[in-house]
Design a protein around this ligand. Sequence first.
Ligand code: HEC
Ligand code: HEC
Ligand code: HEC
Ligand code: HEC
Length: 222
Amino acid sequence: MKSLLVVLLAAGSMSLGAQILGTKHDLSATGSGARTNTTQTCVFCHTPHGSAAVASQIVPLWNKTTTVTTGFTMYNTTNNPGSSLQGVVDATPTGASMACFTCHDGTQAVGNMINLPNDIVSLTYTAAGGVNATGFIASGSALLGKDLTNDHPISITYPATDTGLVAKATVLGLANSVKLFGTLGSEKVQCASCHNVHSNTLAPFLRVTMSGSALCTACHIK
Ligand code: HEC
Ligand code: HEC
Ligand code: HEC
Ligand code: HEC
């Protein structure tokens, strides 16, 4: 009985480890949406060697060139006059959010990478969804563009002064839930606070279910 349980657990964790495969974030030849000619999946975002220089390593072992940082219009109290934000918003997307924009602002091909996988000489695309034949997210709801004034604030510090928010220490202590990013003391909300790029178990790539708006109430006392 005990050994059966071990086997079941092992099988369970194996499928957990493969969650990105077959999702829209699997851009390999066997992906489900837009695809390319390589058999590799992680390489579109990470590489084991020769990744971005430390200053541009917005994500561990990041394999993409940072997008042009100018031209973004942020959600903040200047651009959104009705807002009562107390957190500090960066002038342009930073960290894990900038990582998303290397594909989702639509200004560079999803297969633009620093270190190409070894199984191909050059990348070719099979268009699908909003991704066109040259690999750009060119249309559809995945094209966020650079105007972020109608999107939930990102690259914003999680303010202790906003009593409408769950205490930061509580949020930081949550397991398998939302995630704050950045340096100790000035942790921020980024795209990846709500989204898990590696798993579409809770579509679309969410960290917490939207049923009962549980994702929102992980941070907001509402
Ligand atoms: C579409 C882009 C993308 C792909 C493909 C991707 N990652 Fe990531 N990865 C990210 C981003 C963005 C982060 C930082 C945000 C975060 O931690 O959720 C990250 C963070 C990580 C981290 C550090 C944080 C953590 O969760 O432990 C590891 C390890 C990692 N990825 C491994 C992988 C592996 C292994 C694969 C392939 C099976 C992969 N990633 C595929 C974008 C990607
Ligand atoms: C390597 C390029 C790449 C990166 C980096 C990337 N994405 Fe995506 N993402 C895609 C593509 C391609 C699609 C599918 C677009 C389509 O089919 O129209 C997609 C789709 C999505 C979707 C929609 C899924 C659906 O079912 O409609 C979400 C949500 C998403 N991405 C979130 C993120 C977030 C958050 C980040 C950063 C943490 C990120 N992505 C980083 C390429 C990328
Ligand atoms: C506060 C949480 C939160 C943050 C931060 C956030 N998202 Fe989302 N995102 C969601 C939820 C929830 C959905 C699903 C909406 C629905 O079901 O109607 C979604 C949907 C999406 C989709 C699918 C298309 C759509 O509009 O439904 C994409 C692509 C996406 N997000 C990308 C991003 C990117 C890129 C960022 C950073 C700029 C980001 N998200 C930041 C919560 C968030
Ligand atoms: C990871 C934590 C987190 C999650 C999850 C989250 N939020 Fe937020 N949200 C924040 C923070 C931090 C702010 C900025 C608060 C401030 O500056 O006072 C904010 C701001 C907002 C604002 C703007 C308030 C203003 O005055 O401009 C709205 C509206 C909002 N969130 C709604 C949502 C909804 C709806 C969801 C679920 C889809 C959600 N949030 C999920 C952390 C989060």
